[in-house]
Write a protein that binds this ligand. Structure first.
Ligand code: IP8
Length: 248
């Protein structure tokens, strides 16, 4: 079992509101069909969900955010999800859409529903879920990121590999020279070891990747502009990117 997170920066153009990167999405979909084992796809919000959540000042911490905001963010995520689903459908990947409301109650994962996701994947469908605006209770809501979903699913399903697909080659130790960190080793590293230039979305990704890796599971950051790297990691254990928790 493999978990694949398609980051918002690879599936959308973050510079331009509500703009999917159709060619990148299609290229990734065409490669994913070559993966020879069950997998689950999680995707981010990019210039869809993030665009609106910034406009309505919504965050990951549950609070009484604008209900208009909740509705608009969710609607935009459904729209982006449909674009992803259609691309997967085109390559006969058999996506099975499962919004996070299917397996989350407030901010708590529903174990039986996550187990069901694993069964759905093993039966030959590809569950597809996404970061979203979620109802929390008591008029509160929150943004559940796709990166967080990765560690929620990993904890329960214990995937052989969790792949974060990015718009860059992996984690850089130096943003200017683009020097790639090929391996974040063992459980001896901590978030403090992440270089200073890792900011924003990337630091959250590293945080969740670290959490998954500390569960004893392998994590890989790959460039979605070279989608064969996703397939090579999945099928041939050839990791061209950043591996958390030891290369084999
Ligand atoms: O792009 C959050 O998912 P992410 C999506 O994985 C929203 O952080 C709704 C902002």
């Amino acid at each position: 079992m493999i978990l694949i997170k398609l980051g918002g920066s690879i599936i959308t153009n973050k510079e331009k509101p509500l703009s999917p990167r159709m060619v990148a999405i299609s290229n990734i979909a065409s490669q994913l069909r070559k993966i020879g084992e069950p997998y689950i796809i999680v995707h981010g919000g990019g210039s869809f969900g993030h665009y609106w959540s910034v406009k309505y000042d919504m965050h990951t911490k549950p609070a009484r955010y604008s209900m208009r905001g909740v509705s608009v963010v969710k609607n935009s995520m459904v729209e982006l999800d449909k674009i992803i689903l259609d691309a997967l459908e085109k390559y006969k990947i058999n996506p099975y859409c499962l919004p996070p409301t299917d397996f989350m109650s407030g901010d708590r994962p529903i174990a039986s529903k996550i187990d069901e996701m694993g069964k759905i994947a093993k039966a030959g469908l590809v569950p597809v879920t996404f970061g979203d605006a979620l109802w929390y209770g008591n008029a509160k809501s929150y943004i559940l990121s796709g990166d967080r979903i990765m560690s929620i699913l990993a904890k329960r399903l214990r995937p052989r590999l969790s792949i974060f697909v990015l718009n860059v080659d992996g984690l850089y130790s130096d943003l200017k020279t683009r020097k790639l960190i090929r391996q974040m080793k063992g459980d001896s590293f901590s978030i403090k070891d992440i270089p200073m230039d890792v900011t924003g979305g990337m630091s959250r990704k590293v945080q969740e990747a670290t959490a998954i890796s500390k569960m004893g599971l392998k994590v890989f950051f790959a460039n979605g502009n070279k989608p064969e790297r996703i397939v090579n990691a999945a099928n041939k254990s050839d990791f061209e990117g950043t591996v958390f928790g030891g290369r084999n």
